[in-house]
Design a binder for this molecule. Structure first.
Ligand SMILES: [Fe+2]
Length: 376
């Protein structure tokens, strides 16, 4: 029997080189006052903040900015963003940045529009009410956040990754301009590209996968395998394809969520400050052990759909190869983690049941221990 699904996706996607120049046009009808949310340097250093202000002001929109989002943004950052939206009475948001920036703007929009505090909206609650418009402009090729219903944040009190999610979080517009990616540093190209890969792989190896999400995940994986190495080298055509693939993988995880790669990867980010995409990529070869052992027919189909032959250990080797091709760290021990600390990583990971429960097998403590040992 085919796995059923529900598909509803309200985001208008505009994807082309130079699409950023359409900002004024796509903002028409969204309101008179925009809050532009960005990271601390990229948008300012490369002149994008000034350009966006100009494009909005040409259409009679007053533009304000919140250029204060850090990597792995905290709930406090969301609160500051809400305060700024309140101060300027923003009618809509423009989020220009990687996943951190887009996720901050999404969560701030929830709180700004619906009231209360960000803690009120964390998973397991889902948010379906309609919000203020939000235009997401990705500047990395990994997150997929421009088309997802998720905002991933750090709760600084518990040091846990938390999420705000639901249909309300789909951006109004995803303005996708590959040209913006010319400035993406190599290390961020590698890390964010590996995040897109982990979305695609975890979407395929998910108990919530369906034929539609499989199509998206497989096509995303195919494009990423072909284009990630040259994207890291800075070839714009490759970065353009990566931006497209990261979007496809974003659509896929709207159906499936993420599972072992993200659940076990989060502690590497919260404890070691390892970039999110690298963290997932460290874990995936270990996760592949169980994907191959416990859902072998899926592993077989994954590899054959990519034109690769199946053999025991083949999935793991593939994931290891991609990671090393972009010079990501090889093993956990290379990051200065001591073997006796692995127990703490296991405990942390087991707290991410919202991810682990999406795995295509029932994830027990023994699996988590073995995966960390395998990638150590
Ligand atoms: Fe991710």
């Amino acid at each position: 029997m085919m796995q059923g699904f529900t598909h509803w996706h309200p985001t208008r996607v505009v994807f082309s080189r130079g699409a950023l120049n359409e900002l004024g046009r796509v903002s028409e009808g969204l309101g008179k006052r925009a809050l532009i949310v960005t990271g601390r340097t990229f948008a300012v250093k490369h002149g994008y903040l000034d350009l966006m202000r100009k494009l909005l002001e040409e259409k009679g929109v007053e533009a304000y900015s919140f250029p204060q989002v850090e990597p792995n943004p905290t709930l406090s950052t969301v609160k500051k963003c809400v305060e700024e939206a309140e101060r300027v009475s923003a009618d809509f948001f423009v989020a220009f940045g990687g996943g951190s920036v887009i996720d901050t703007a999404k969560a701030a929009n929830v709180v700004y529009t619906l009231g209360g505090s960000v803690e009120d909206y964390l998973y397991p609650r889902t948010v379906e009410a309609s919000l203020r418009p939000l235009i997401a402009i990705p500047t990395t090729h990994g997150t997929g956040s421009e088309v997802t219903k998720y905002s991933v944040l750090v709760d600084e009190r518990t040091k846990m990754k938390v999420t705000v999610s639901g249909g309300a979080l789909y951006p109004t517009v995803a303005l996708m301009d590959p040209q913006v990616l010319v400035h993406l540093p190599r290390d961020q190209a590698a890390a964010t590209g590996l995040d897109a890969l982990s979305h695609a792989v975890e979407a395929f190896f998910s108990k919530r996968a369906n034929p539609f999400s499989d199509m998206l995940a497989l096509e995303a994986t195919r494009i990423i395998l072909e284009n990630l190495p040259c994207a890291v080298e800075g070839v714009l055509d490759c970065r353009e394809w990566m931006l497209y693939a990261s979007m496809l993988a974003g659509y896929a995880i709207n159906f499936t969520g993420t599972n072992v790669g993200h659940g076990l990867g989060y502690p590497l980010t919260t404890r070691l400050n390892l970039p999110h995409g690298l963290a997932n990529a460290m874990i995936l070869p270990g996760a592949a052990l169980y994907y191959e052992a416990l859902v072998p027919e899926r592993a077989r189909r994954f590899l054959s759909s990519l034109g690769l032959s199946y053999y025991p250990g083949g999935l793991r080797e593939l994931l290891e190869r991609v990671k090393l091709a972009v010079r990501a760290p090889a093993r956990l021990r290379d990051l200065g983690v001591r073997k006796e600390e692995l127990g703490e990583y296991v405990e942390d990971a087991l707290r991410y049941q919202r991810n682990l429960q999406n795995a295509p097998f029932s994830v027990e403590r023994e699996h988590v221990v073995r995966i960390f040992e395998e990638v150590y």
